[in-house]
Ligand binder design. Structure first.
Ligand code: GLA
Ligand code: ZN
Length: 662
């Protein structure tokens, strides 16, 4: 086995040589060397090549690829190849095919067409994993195991009969008795009381709205089921290969709400994830930064791997714009700025055929004589110079709470507003803090909050008593806690906390809300003192808090919109609405100042800054997303340019600096 490359930021991506004739393989190695590729992920979709018929294994081609990569000093992140079964398998075992909410079978012909609960699929996948681990565990190129690929991406939730049976067993373990299940699901409502476990079904298509706790539990069940599958594959690998790190690539980009990665992360030897810039988002690059902070939170603050991103366009959006010059460097270094020590791409060579032929790659259709490939080579060289950053940690004084269960619940049926998106408040506060040079750790509500000067609680609709107590304790210990609208409403069974919203945070905030007033799409409400609220409003009365801003018009005119309650040396701030950026920005300026936080560096808006630190030094990341050069005060050595800089340093438009601070 090989050590994962740590003398540089590991640079490479998914390598699919089975898509190409053998002549191309030698050229691949030559170009990988030119680009500074130090790792590849191999075999993700190779099952039909490795096992062309049941029990017939063909490893010679993979042996050859592994050997050659090893000779060239390229580390291999070897996939178990279990992400997508070959056609013969689905034909022989059609019972593995997933079924959608409406009862339609999802047929083979794309990828990941397997039911997460299928024991048949699991046995066949574990058999392949066993052969892979047995064959390659001592290979000198092997540096990491890559289990499956983006679990849940296409096959969750599955509503088939096998899942129905597995769901019942999962519920029996969770609730033990039907009385407990009935209580948790609130089945007194609409004659839903169960008297036999066998009557419980997946939340399939119904006449009208389903039971929200049933839906919520189906999310939990799906995440647990696939985690169990991952652990089974990991266990098989471990039997042969006890020392090589094992990971599976998450999908932490926003909007992918199928797995509870807080449950998954502790089982990864190193947390890895994929991220693609979603062009249709209002602030795609701010979302990229958020994703990095979230992934670092999942990794418990440790460095993580960016397994996949793209050099330019993807192929799965309605319109797929190419990246502008500079974007690839800026996007890549944003991940590193937020804790990534690996820069992986999908994929090495752009496909000639198949549904991803127009997805960008490290080697484009145009070939090596292209600006894109020259840019890739330049990025590979930068990754090589960033070796000293590897292992260091990102500094943050703000915690922002993130919970997949709350996200699932908010997206459930029959909420006060279908237009309410769990991520909106979190992304907005994070983006405005990023604009101010303030870094957030995005962490689970159960995380240790001591040590943070500010704790942001955005739309934490569903929260446990313990997490609510931990937030209150943070304020009492001196933190500034910022709770936004529609937080603390429900308990983990999605039962409303009575006596006035936001039940779990009422006392902490000194605010009692009698009724929710969601705003219509595009509707705003004026705030006294200037600015306006968007998305949401709440009929709040203070009970010990100071009113900072009230509503100036609409049905809640005169009622508090933003409040502050002193709590020991800290404070609890409440936002019943989402103010416009300028108004919220001013409030965050005040909170940051009161909390005693100094921004990472003084830079103009549009220039993103973070700091990584280790026992041996600190590195200032300056990402200039603007079309103007920017200057700032910093002295040291810029690893991107490979030059000493300071005391006044200029970072040219649409490029980046990583300065080892003197
Ligand atoms: C995912 C998959 C890759 C590829 C990319 C395209 O991340 O893991 O195989 O399909 O999407 O963006
Ligand atoms: Zn199923």
């Amino acid at each position: 086995m090989r050590q994962w490359p740590d003398d540089r930021v590991a640079f490479g991506g998914d390598y699919n040589p089975e898509q190409w004739p053998r002549e191309v393989w030698a050229d691949d190695l030559r170009l990988m060397e030119a680009a500074g590729v130090s790792f590849v992920t191999l075999g993700v979709f190779s099952w039909s090549w490795l096992e062309p018929s049941k029990g017939e294994y063909v490893f010679d081609w993979l042996d050859e690829v592994m050997d050659r990569l090893g000779e060239h000093g390229i580390a291999v992140d070897l996939a178990t190849a279990t992400a997508t079964p070959p056609p013969w398998l689905s034909a022989a075992y059609p019972e593995i095919l997933p079924v959608d909410r409406e009862g339609r079978t999802l047929w083979p012909g794309s990828r990941q067409a397997w039911c997460p609960s299928s024991p048949v699929y699991r046995d066949l996948a574990l058999a392949l994993t066993d052969r892979m681990a047995e064959r390659y565990h001592e290979h000198p190129a092997l540096a990491m195991w890559h289990v499956s690929n983006e679990y849940a991406c296409h096959n969750l939730p599955c509503y088939c009969d096998t899942c129905a049976e597995a769901f019942r067993r999962w519920l029996e373990r969770r609730y033990a008795t039907l009385d407990a299940l009935n209580e948790a699901w609130g089945t007194a409502f609409w004659s839903q009381r169960y008297t036999d476990w066998a009557d419980v079904l997946p939340p399939r298509i119904t006449t009208t709205f389903g039971n929200p706790t049933h839906e919520l539990d189906y999310h939990r069940f799906g995440s647990d089921t696939l985690l169990d599958f991952f652990l089974a594959e990991k266990e098989v690998i471990r039997r042969h290969s006890p020392d090589v790190p094992v990971t599976t690539n998450f999908m932490t980009l926003s909007g992918f709400r199928l797995l509870d990665y807080h449950d998954w992360a502790p089982h990864q030897d190193v947390v890895s994830t994929d991220h693609y810039v979603v062009d249709a988002l209002p602030h795609p690059r701010a979302e990229l930064s958020f994703h990095g902070d979230l992934t670092r939170g999942l990794a418990g603050g440790a460095p993580w791997m960016l397994m996949e991103h793209s050099t330019s366009a993807v192929n799965w959006q309605p319109v797929n714009p190419a990246k502008r010059p500079g974007d690839t460097l800026l996007d890549s270094l944003t991940h590193v700025a937020r804790g990534a020590d690996t820069l992986g791409f999908f994929q090495w060579r752009q496909s000639r055929a198949g549904s991803e032929k127009f997805h960008s790659a490290l080697v484009p259709h145009a070939g090596e004589d292209s600006d894109r490939f020259r840019e890739v080579c330049a990025l590979g060289a930068v990754a090589g110079r960033l070796g000293e950053v590897v292992g260091s940690r990102v500094e943050a004084e703000v915690a922002l709470l993130w919970d997949y269960e709350a996200e699932w619940a908010v997206a459930g049926p029959c909420m006060p507003s279908a237009a309410l998106d769990y991520v909106t408040a979190a992304h907005t506060v994070h983006r405005l803090l990023r604009d101010r040079g303030v870094t957030c750790d995005v962490v689970h509500p159960d995380a240790d909050l001591s040590g943070y000067r500010v704790v942001v609680v955005p739309t934490l609709y569903l929260v446990s008593d313990e997490a609510a107590a931990s937030v209150a304790a943070a304020a009492e210990a001196g933190a500034h806690v910022v709770v936004t609208y529609f937080s603390g409403i429900a308990d983990p069974d999605d039962h409303v906390r009575l006596g006035g919203y936001p039940g779990a945070f009422r006392e902490l905030l000194g605010v009692r809300v009698e009724e929710l007033f969601p705003l219509r799409v595009g509707e705003t409400v004026a705030l006294e003192g200037g600015g306006h609220g968007t998305v949401w409003s709440e009929d709040a009365r203070t009970a010990g808090a100071e009113v900072l801003q009230s509503y100036a018009d609409g049905p809640l005119a005169g009622r508090p919109a933003v409040t502050r309650r002193a709590v020991g040396p800290g404070a609890a701030w409440y936002l019943g609405t989402l103010p416009d950026d300028a108004t919220l920005g001013r409030l965050l300026d005040r909170i940051v100042a009161e909390a005693g936080i100094t921004p990472v560096a003084a830079v103009p808006t549009g220039v993103e800054v973070t700091r990584r630190r280790s026992a041996t030094g600190s590195w200032l990341f300056v990402l200039n997303h603007t079309d103007d050069d920017c200057t700032l005060q910093v002295t040291g050595h810029d690893l991107v340019a490979g030059a000493d800089v300071g005391p006044v340093t200029t970072v040219p438009a649409r490029t980046a600096a990583v300065v080892r601070e003197a």
